[in-house]
Design a protein around this ligand. Structure first.
Ligand code: CS2
Ligand code: MN
Length: 357
C-alpha cells in the first residue's frame, strides 16, 4: 500500500504540501490540475511546475486524477477522434514527468452527485457530504447543479467544471438515445486506442466507479457493480486497463459487497489504486459520508484493507473525502483533518493486517 493524498495545487487547495508531508506514512499525492476542461491537452509546461512543487516537498507524484473524458467520446460521435488524440498526448506528457497511474471515470455528464455538501451530523456537530434520492426527485438535474455550485463555497469541485455544466441541457438531450450497450461500445473504442500508448509509456489507466452506484436522471451508467466492472475489464486484456476502486462510491449501493469486489479484481491484477472512505446508510438511496472508522459507517474497513493486503498489496491508496471537523473551512470533502485521521487509521489497519498472518 502506498499512502497518498489528493492535492488540488497551491493556488486552489486550502491544504499545503507541508501539511500533507507531515501526515505519518504519507508517500505522495494524487495530483490534479483542477482548471483543465474535459478534452483539453494537459501541457508539459503545466505539468512540470506542479510535479516539481510536489517533489520539492518530499512527496511523489505518481498518480494523477480526473483527466476527464469528453462527452463526445462517451457518446461515440465522430468528433471523439480529436479528443482521443488529445487524451493520448496528455498521457504521454504525464508519463514524461513520472506519472504511472491516471484515474478517470466514464460517467455520462455527472461525476459524483450529492444533494447536500455539508449536512450536519447531529451526534458530534461535524458535517459531511450527503445524498437523499427523495430530494433529487424534486430538484432535477439543472437545479442540483445550481445548488452544488452555490454550496461549494467558491471551491472548484472535481467533475463539476462550470464549462461542462453550462452545456448541461443540450448534453442531457443528446444522451437520450445512448444506451448502456452503446456506452460500453464507445468505452472499448476509447480504451483500445489508449492501451498501446499506455503500454509504451508505462502508464496504467484506472477507472473510478459511478457515484452514487446506480444510474441517475435516466442516464446510462455502467461502472458500479462487480458485473459491470467485469464487462469493462473484458473490453481490453491489458493490465494497463485497470481500476481505481473507490469504496465509498461502491458502498453507496447496499447490494455491493465491497471487500469481495476488491478481492475479485485484486486477484485478476486489475486494481491500480483505491480511494478509501466510509458511508452511513440512512434509508433507501439515502446516505451520508461518515468518518473512515468501521464503527461509524456501514463498511467493514478491516475487511477492505485485508482484501487489499491479500490480493493487491502494492496499490496506491488515499483516504477519499473526509468530514469537516474542528471548524475547518475548505473544499467540501477535501479538508485536512478528517482525511489525515483517515490516513492514520488506514495505516493502523494495514500494520495490524500485515502482522496478523
Ligand atoms: C473522487 C472523484 O469524489 C470522489 O470519489 O474520487 O471525483 C474522482 O476523482 C473522479 O471520479 C475520477 O475521475
Ligand atoms: Mn473516489
Amino acid at each position: 500500500m502506498k499512502m497518498t493524498f489528493r492535492w488540488f495545487g497551491s493556488k486552489s487547495d486550502t491544504v499545503t504540501l507541508k501539511q500533507i508531508r507531515q501526515i505519518p506514512g504519507m508517500t505522495g499525492i494524487m495530483g490534479f490540475l483542477d482548471y483543465k476542461k474535459a478534452g483539453e491537452v494537459w501541457e508539459r509546461d503545466e505539468i512540470k511546475p506542479y510535479v516539481a512543487e510536489v517533489h520539492a516537498a518530499g512527496l511523489e507524484c505518481e498518480v494523477i486524477e480526473s483527466v476527464n473524458v469528453h462527452e463526445d467520446i462517451k457518446m461515440g460521435v465522430p468528433a471523439r477522434d480529436v479528443h482521443i488524440s488529445n487524451y493520448i498526448e496528455t498521457i504521454r506528457n504525464l508519463a514524461g514527468f513520472g506519472v504511472k497511474v491516471i484515474v478517470y471515470n466514464f460517467m455520462p455528464v455527472f461525476d459524483w452527485l450529492r444533494t447536500d455538501l455539508a449536512r450536519v451530523i447531529e451526534e458530534d456537530g461535524s458535517n459531511s457530504l450527503y445524498f437523499d434520492e427523495k430530494d433529487l426527485g424534486t430538484m432535477g438535474p439543472l437545479e442540483i447543479v445550481a445548488k452544488t455550485s452555490r454550496d461549494s463555497g467558491g471551491f472548484s469541485l472535481p467533475g463539476w467544471e462550470p464549462e461542462r455544466l453550462a452545456e448541461l441541457e443540450k448534453t442531457l438531450e443528446r444522451y437520450k438515445t445512448v444506451t448502456a450497450e452503446d456506452l460500453l461500445r464507445n468505452y472499448k473504442y476509447f480504451i483500445d486506442a489508449l492501451v498501446p500508448v499506455c503500454e509504451e509509456a508505462g502508464v496504467v489507466m484506472a477507472c473510478h466507479p459511478d457515484d452514487p452506484a446506480w444510474p441517475i436522471f435516466g442516464l446510462p451508467r455502467i461502472a458500479h457493480t462487480l458485473e459491470g466492472f467485469d464487462k469493462i475489464i473484458a473490453l481490453n486484456d491489458s493490465p494497463a486497463h485497470s481500476l481505481c476502486l473507490c469504496t465509498g462510491s461502491l458502498a453507496s449501493n447496499r447490494d455491493n459487497d465491497v471487500p469481495a469486489i476488491v478481492r475479485h479484481f485484486g486477484r485478476k491484477g486489475r486494481v491500480a489504486c483505491m480511494h478509501i472512505r466510509n458511508v452511513k446508510h440512512l434509508g433507501h438511496r439515502h446516505f451520508r459520508e461518515s468518518s473512515h472508522l468501521s464503527a461509524d459507517g456501514d463498511l467493514d474497513m478491516y475487511a477492505v484493507v485485508k482484501a487489499m493486503s491479500d490480493t493487491c498489496p502494492n496499490v496506491y491508496v488515499r483516504p477519499d473525502h473526509g468530514r469537516m471537523i474542528w471548524d475547518e473551512a475548505g473544499r467540501p470533502g477535501y479538508g485536512l483533518y478528517d482525511r489525515a485521521l483517515g490516513a492514520a487509521y488506514l495505516n493502523g489497519l494495514w500494520e495490524a493486517v500485515n502482522k496478523c498472518v
